[in-house]
Design a protein around this ligand. Structure first.
Ligand SMILES: Nc1ncnc2c1ncn2[C@@H]1O[C@H](COP(=O)(O)OP(=O)(O)OP(=O)(O)O)[C@@H](O)[C@H]1O
Ligand SMILES: [Mg+2]
Length: 317
């Protein structure tokens, strides 16, 4: 366990450090993170879009003073993009430059097969670390100081890739046939995120601590807005948060997330708004509404939501 991890010995100490890095989270998130750091287990983070899954990994790297390596997953992602690849261009260039020397080596050979055999003896020259392009997973194992590795949106990758990942997450080592085994001298802190587009395998889940980040409650969202939209008045902040919390109770195609609440708060701050009104919401809701039909539903419920918002914020009895 590295020294930077040892400085955190309670959920509170992590909460405070994350807050200092402008990431406001619940005690449950901090407790899971503390366990992950001390048990050396990967964390599988799930939850709706925009609730801070990726950000949690980034901020963890920041508070631990570690580098941050991200592997963005997609369909068709394979070893050559995730683990390592040979630098074919460089290999080709070197064989061109060394053409004369290579000719000298095979000069005495009478048959093609003998020439190939002789060249084989020099294979390791071109399959050595200088010609290896490490991709995120290998780079993470090579960081002697440790690192935070984010395997983002793992559910978008194929099942074969999940199998490869299992191997790496179990042993923190990878075998490169031409070079040998690379073992991490310091285990990376691993986060995996998923938006649940496909069910992940049990084997992978078993190796990870599971963390579900839901939409924040009003108290937490209020704190997030205070930090991410500094300068906002208490009244406007309370109204924005209450309005969004009520919108999340509607049946929408896409519920507004933390990122949208932050964007809306910044927009209203920019417009020097003092409090919410039906006109103001109508004019600015493009910031948090992603489908026309959702906008319609919000407009239909506008009077009710605004009444509740104004009551909660004490603007109207
Ligand atoms: N708890 C939080 N405290 C402060 N800012 C937050 C928090 N959660 C989210 N944010 C902000 O919201 C934005 C979206 O967060 P992030 O990209 O981590 O979401 P996500 O869950 O990874 O979404 P997706 O599933 O779309 O990738 C970020 O810009 C981040 O700054
Ligand atoms: Mg993300």
């Amino acid at each position: 366990m590295s020294g930077s991890v040892r400085q955190f010995d309670s959920p509170e100490s992590l909460l405070k450090a994350l807050e200092g890095a402008q990431y406001i989270c619940s005690r449950k998130i901090a407790t899971t993170l503390l366990l992950a750091l001390h048990l050396g287990k990967p964390v599988l983070v799930e939850g709706p879009a925009g609730v801070g899954k990726t950000e949690l990994a980034k901020k963890t790297a920041e508070i631990l003073g570690l580098s941050f390596i991200r592997l963005q997953c997609y369909e068709g992602l394979d070893e050559s993009k995730a683990l390592y690849e040979w630098k074919y261009g460089k290999q080709l260039l070197y064989t061109q430059i060394l053409k004369d020397r290579l000719n000298e080596i095979v000069e005495g050979e009478t048959s093609l097969s003998e020439a190939v055999r002789t060249l084989h003896l020099h294979d390791d020259l071109f399959f050595s670390p200088e010609f290896l392009e490490p991709r995120p997973l290998l780079r993470a194992l090579q960081q002697s100081e440790g690192t935070v590795l984010l395997i983002d949106e793992i559910d978008k990758s194929d099942e074969e890739f999940e199998a490869l990942l299992l191997e790496i997450l179990s042993d923190f080592q990878v075998s490169i046939p031409e070079i040998g085994t690379v073992t991490a001298s310091s285990h990376p802190i691993v986060f995996l995120t998923s938006n649940d587009t496909r069910e992940l395998g049990d084997a992978l889940k078993r190796r990870c601590l599971h963390l579900y980040i839901p939409f924040p409650d009003a108290g937490l969202e209020s704190k997030i807005i205070a930090v991410r939209a500094p300068g906002i008045s208490d009244l406007l902040k309370t109204q924005i948060v209450c309005f969004i919390q009520e919108v999340r109770k509607l049946h929408l195609k896409k519920l507004p997330s933390i990122s949208e609440t932050i964007d809306w708060a910044r927009t209203l701050l920019f417009l020097h708004a003092e409090c919410l009104s039906s006109d103001l919401v109508n004019e600015t809701m493009t910031v948090f509404v992603k489908f026309e039909s959702d906008g319609e539903t919000i407009r239909e419920n506008m009077t009710n939501i605004l009444q509740k918002t104004l009551r909660v914020s004490g603007s109207r009895p």
